[in-house]
Design a binder for this molecule. Structure first.
Ligand SMILES: [Ca+2]
Ligand SMILES: [Ca+2]
Length: 450
């Protein structure tokens, strides 16, 4: 009996070690996989990047949502393997010093898809990937779950990113719960409910997973009028094309530019300083902005529960050269302008304006340092204009005088009724020539009509 029991234990251990060797993954991850558990509290688990199949050799970077430019970790090279679908594209994160509650974006770039046709077997020739996939999850998720960065996490990220970092953690939770319901039909992660975990657990090469989506997975591989597919655009790194195709494909279901709705019971209070000085709320909210520092370290906004009976008070401190001019966004301002209060019944942006003391004590001063050029240029232009206007006026007057004289002579010679009835004598060169000849021959009356 003992021998049979020992043999059974050894068989199970051998099986685990064999799978471990094949997968190249950490033992806790394998145990988790064997047990079918989605939560795990032990050492960090290996994650995986996959376009359709695993992205062998992808480059991985870690960002916090409030700073998507500065990598907190990486680039890390995901495992490179041309044939092992379990180990290729896997990576571990340390997330040192990052709080469990922090939202973390992990991006995977490049690498080679070793199962591009998604049939569960390594392809003879891997498909190069030029694109980047993102996955958003709390640090606690990255520490305790086996997460796959896939086109589905990328879609989830694209429908969240425009809310970040301007929404509260509560709003983000509501948003990702909505998105999970839009994208997932049946639980994938094994926790019995449709949630963001299912997006993080989705395996594009797993037909059973594809069936649990709330949309047809083939939409990702269906060409639009320009012959592009979402998946091909992702692989090509054509972000604009991806976004345009997502908008075209999912616009009936969700938008990339969501607005807060009545479920979001938090308010955002922002503080800004215009001019030289500082303003702060003090404890417990500790909002603080100081424009006099070379590299200001400040907290300029906070999300708080909506509460009409509570308020936040800001105190402004000018420098020796400045004074407080005004506040905007406040409900009340103290008589000496040093304090402003804001109720927490709605989101509000508070701005305090500082001005230089000297500008109010001295007579108005105009900066004349560049005045010579401006005046000289202006005088030149002014003179040109005057000359032109004068000439124009003189010519106009001259022409008017000549026309008047001609009309007077014509009226005198022809008579007004004749002129109106038959104006030709005025313009007939032949007639004027005749009259000129008469004048020259001694006939003084040039106006005789005969
Ligand atoms: Ca394949
Ligand atoms: Ca789930």
């Amino acid at each position: 009996m003992k021998k049979i029991f020992l043999l059974l234990i050894m068989t199970v251990l051998a099986a685990i070690l064999a799978v471990n060797a094949t997968a190249g993954s950490s033992l806790p991850a394998i145990i988790m996989l064997l047990l079918g558990k989605s939560t795990y509290n032990g050492p960090p688990l290996s994650h995986q990047a996959a376009m359709v199949g695993p992205l062998s050799g992808a480059s991985v970077q870690v960002f916090q949502v409030d700073d998507l430019r500065t990598a907190q970790e990486g680039p890390i090279d995901a495992a490179e393997n041309d044939s092992n679908l379990l180990s290729a594209g896997t990576f571990d994160l340390s997330l040192a010093g990052i709080a469990d509650s922090a939202w973390i974006v992990v991006e995977a770039t490049g690498g080679e898809d070793i199962d591009g046709d998604g049939n569960g077997a390594a392809d003879t020739a891997p498909t190069a990937n030029q694109g980047t996939l993102h996955a958003l999850a709390r640090a606690s998720d990255w520490r305790g779950k086996h997460i796959r960065i896939t086109p589905l996490t990328e879609i989830g990220w694209r429908y969240v990113e425009n809310m970040i970092p301007t929404v509260s953690a509560e709003e983000l939770n509501i948003r990702i719960a909505d998105l999970a319901r839009y994208l997932i039909k049946t639980d994938i992660s094994g926790n019995g409910t449709v949630d963001w975990d299912d997006i993080l657990a989705f395996d594009p090469a797993n037909a059973a997973h594809r069936d649990k989506l709330a949309f047809n997975y083939n939409w990702l591989t269906t060409a639009n009028d320009e012959g592009q597919t979402i998946l091909a655009s992702l692989q090509a790194g054509a972000t604009e094309a991806v976004l345009a195709q997502l908008d075209a494909t999912f616009s009936w279901l969700m938008t990339r530019f969501p607005v807060s709705d009545s479920r979001y019971h938090s308010v955002k209070i922002e503080l800004a300083v215009f001019g030289s000085g500082s303003a702060a709320s003090g404890a417990p909210h500790n909002l603080s902005v100081n424009s006099t520092l070379a590299e200001p370290v400040y907290e300029d906004h906070i999300f708080l529960p909506e509460n009409a009976s509570e308020q936040i008070t800001f105190t402004a401190v000018p420098t020796a050269e400045t004074q407080i001019l005004s506040w905007t966004g406040c409900e009340t301002v103290s008589a000496d302008l040093s304090q402003c209060t804001v109720p927490l019944n709605k989101s509000q942006s508070v701005v305090v304006n500082f001005g230089w003391i000297e500008t109010q004590l001295k007579a108005p001063v105009h900066d004349l340092s560049r005045a010579y050029n401006i005046v000289a240029r202006t005088r030149f232009l002014c003179c040109c204009r005057m000359i032109w206007m004068t000439l124009l006026l003189r010519w106009q007057r001259l022409i008017l005088i000549i026309l008047s004289l001609v009309m007077m002579v014509a009226v005198f010679c022809v008579g007004l009724p004749e002129l109106i009835r038959y104006p030709q004598p005025i313009i007939s060169l032949r007639l004027w020539k005749l009259r000129l000849m008469r004048l020259l021959s001694g006939e003084r009356d040039i106006c005789t009509n005969s």
